[in-house]
Design a protein around this ligand. Structure first.
Ligand SMILES: [Zn+2]
Length: 398
């Protein structure tokens, strides 16, 4: 949260009921405590523009509801000693990052700090994978009996249609029409929220990485495939059936290699981790069972074929991003994936490729590797669960 949030007392929106105003004020205070903790009541009043008495009432309620804890006492040179407030870290979220080969199930507190995690194999059979995931969540629930679990947030490598609760498109997972939310909710008794992985990374950037002021950003996740999450005019874009953002399946060459979606020559068959491994294999290098991190390491140890394969991947990543720049004009493109560990190798090549063709009047967005890359999806699912208490991410802005 930056700057002063929308004022709700003394500046009553026309027609808004007192409950609505109370709710807005509560979210303003809760978000200030989340982003500025430890914080005193006086600073809450100053930053929110709310009256001291309004802030005190809201804080008392939040303490009673165990959202907020008091203490320790601040030290000032003279006068009253303020008590600092912070979020109660006994309120926790189960965060799930489901990927084609493995699934991470983690426990995080309301500040986005991770307490524990376990990794399980993702079965290619949807039912077996769901059973494994439910068992893992139940293990965490059992181990967290003393904590208050707010819900389960799940990041998926595909598009989920929230209106019918179905995974509608996940070519690298090869599941289709799977209801992921309801079986987990029924088995655990917890509220479950699901979101596409790239969209989850958008939420992580806006919620935890202080990018609230950026109204237009795109996250590009690069792993087995390429996913994009679009934040336009301060809102997440989902589109019809939740299918918006599939730039990874726009063909760059309709005669190109086959893609998991059934098409040919999609952006992701040229710019993903799998594509780089293919380039390496095609160069005649020995690459049995090589992983993408292995390829990065070979390039760092001076293997010229590995370096060349990564260079080709970077070239295509930049070429595909031209679609995003021309179509959405984002201020920033955040790249998520193992490649960010070798950003010195990728960053300038991708940027040069994007810059090679910018429309007259257009701007080149800032291209940045994700902060805490490996955790971006998980952190996004924490925001996904918390936003029902703190307000949707787009509302939480100042
Ligand atoms: Zn495709």
């Amino acid at each position: 949260m930056t700057g002063k949030p929308k004022l709700a007392d003394g500046h009553r929106p026309q027609g808004a009921s007192s409950e609505v105003i109370r709710d807005i004020n509560r979210r303003i205070v809760l978000n200030l405590i989340r982003t500025r903790h430890p914080i005193s009541r006086a600073d809450l009043a100053r930053l929110s523009g709310l009256q001291r008495s309004t802030v005190s009432l809201i804080v008392e309620q939040l303490i009673q509801e165990h959202w907020v804890l008091e203490g320790p006492t601040g030290r000032l040179p003279r006068g009253r000693r303020p008590t600092f407030l912070r979020l109660n870290d006994e309120r926790v979220i189960i965060a799930v990052d489901l990927r084609p080969s493995q699934t991470t199930v983690a426990l995080a507190d309301a500040n986005g700090k991770f307490i524990s995690q376990e990794i399980i194999v993702t079965s290619s059979d949807a039912q077996a994978a769901m059973d494994g995931l439910i068992a893992s969540i139940q293990r965490i629930v059992t181990a967290s009996r003393r904590k208050k679990i707010e819900g389960v947030g799940i990041s998926l490598p595909g598009r989920y249609d929230h209106s019918v609760d179905r995974l509608v498109f996940a070519p690298n997972l090869k599941w289709r029409d799977v209801d992921i939310r309801n079986p987990i909710a029924a088995a655990t008794g917890l509220e479950v929220e699901v979101e596409n992985a790239a969209n989850a990374c958008v939420l992580a950037a806006v919620w935890f990485d202080h990018m609230e002021q950026c109204r237009n950003l795109v996250v590009v996740t690069v792993s087995e495939g390429i996913g994009t999450g679009v934040w336009a005019n301060g809102k997440l874009v989902r589109g019809l059936n939740g299918m918006a953002g599939e730039f990874g399946h726009v063909p760059l060459d309709s005669q190109g290699p086959p893609c998991g979606c059934g098409g040919r020559g999609c952006w992701e068959v040229f710019g993903s981790n799998r594509a780089a491994l293919r380039y390496y294999l095609e160069s005649g290098a020995q690459s049995a069972d090589l992983s993408f991190p292995d390829l990065l390491s070979r390039a760092d140890h001076g293997d010229p074929r590995a370096a060349k394969a990564l260079e080709t991947m970077a070239h295509y990543l930049g070429r595909g991003m031209r679609m995003i720049v021309a179509g959405l004009a984002p201020e920033r493109i955040i790249v998520v994936g193992d490649l960010t560990r070798s950003w010195h190798r990728f960053g300038s090549l991708i940027e040069a490729e994007v810059q090679a063709q910018v429309l007259p009047g257009g701007c080149v967005p800032r291209l940045v590797p994700a902060y805490e890359d490996g955790m971006a999806r998980l952190r996004g699912t924490v925001a996904l669960v918390l936003q029902k208490h703190f307000g949707a991410v787009s509302e939480a802005q100042g």
